[in-house]
Design a protein around this ligand. Sequence first.
Ligand SMILES: Cc1cc2nc3c(=O)[nH]c(=O)nc-3n(C[C@H](O)[C@H](O)[C@H](O)COP(=O)(O)O)c2cc1C
Length: 366
Amino acid sequence: MSLPTHRRDWKRTRATELLGLAHPIIQGPFGSGLSSLDLAAAVSGAGGLGSFGAQHLGPQQIAQLVADLHARIDGVFNVNLWVSTHDVPEDDFDDAAWSAAVARLQPLYDEVGIEPPARPQPAAYTFDVLADALIDAGPPVFSFVYGVPDPEILERCRAAGIVTVGTAITVEEAVALDEAGVDAIVASGFEAGGHRVAFLREAEDSLTGTMSLVPAVVAEVEAPVIAAGGIVTGRQVVAALTLGAEAVQIGTAFLATAQSGITAEHRAALSSGARRTRLTRVLSGRLARGLAADVMYDIETGDERIAPYPYQGWLMKPIVAAAAAQGRRDLVAFWAGQSAPLVRPGRDAAELVATLVQEADELLAK
Ligand SMILES: Cc1cc2nc3c(=O)[nH]c(=O)nc-3n(C[C@H](O)[C@H](O)[C@H](O)COP(=O)(O)O)c2cc1C
């Protein structure tokens, strides 16, 4: 009896061919400064795909980032942007809306003893401007969330030989990415840490677990599918490939490694077997998963009390920073996915790649 292809050589898939990887293991990008050159270099050096979340950077910083990644990595790496950067145009979120949002959060500013922030200047760069800068800089792989880039952007990538990877959290989103000609599609189940990157419906109406989402997406799209959400062990890697994925994207487990950009407190929380995670809009205005904290419950009495993205994030940032400095765990979000309890503490990122490969090899040899 012949074994399924991935059993004979589970490391050779259309995704590993496309991306030029030794192992079908992708380190998920982290936005807001939690990615690091060391992490991306360690994962790419170990035969996986190292990623860097660049959503918070400007065009010149993106050019420098790609130059730095090229200098550190003798192979492929991925840089990630967010297609949709605002839920409401900055002109529509006026001073009155800002003041009302500040007033709603005033009890928290008082609690940590700080003044509310002034309204920031409008963000200078749209996705299209950042994407242009990224394509000019020439990363091997460009991944994105929260939408489908315009055809011209995808065409520029194709012409420049940059592999594109889009992210879907529903089958409909996966089909939209596939029809646009995106090279590979991340199917991200609701177990995942960080934001629920919905772009066709509200995130709350787009919650599907990895076990259901991955085979449904595989059945509907031509592009190779990359499974994300809840994958921390070799057993889960094998499960994702069995569901039809051709690679896995892992966030929380790499976030916990020595090389990521998280704080010592965040790393300790991830290493302590923390079990309870929660989806909340409180921290940024968009739905995201992190370890449950009181702040996620206290304000969450109705959507109308939470400002849209990114304004809620701008308002919460100083509260979270002050709370962290004061050692207040109740007001801090430690981003994590539902498999956080399976995270093995104290890992080096390259060692994690090797462990996952070894575990998958052993399971498939049985
Ligand atoms: C703190 C944090 C930040 C993230 N930022 C991004 C991002 O900017 N872009 C992106 O494509 N994915 C982002 N993700 C998603 C991860 O890349 C990955 O797909 C996800 O964490 C996989 O689920 P897991 O955490 O269960 O492994 C983020 C995840 C976390 C935990």
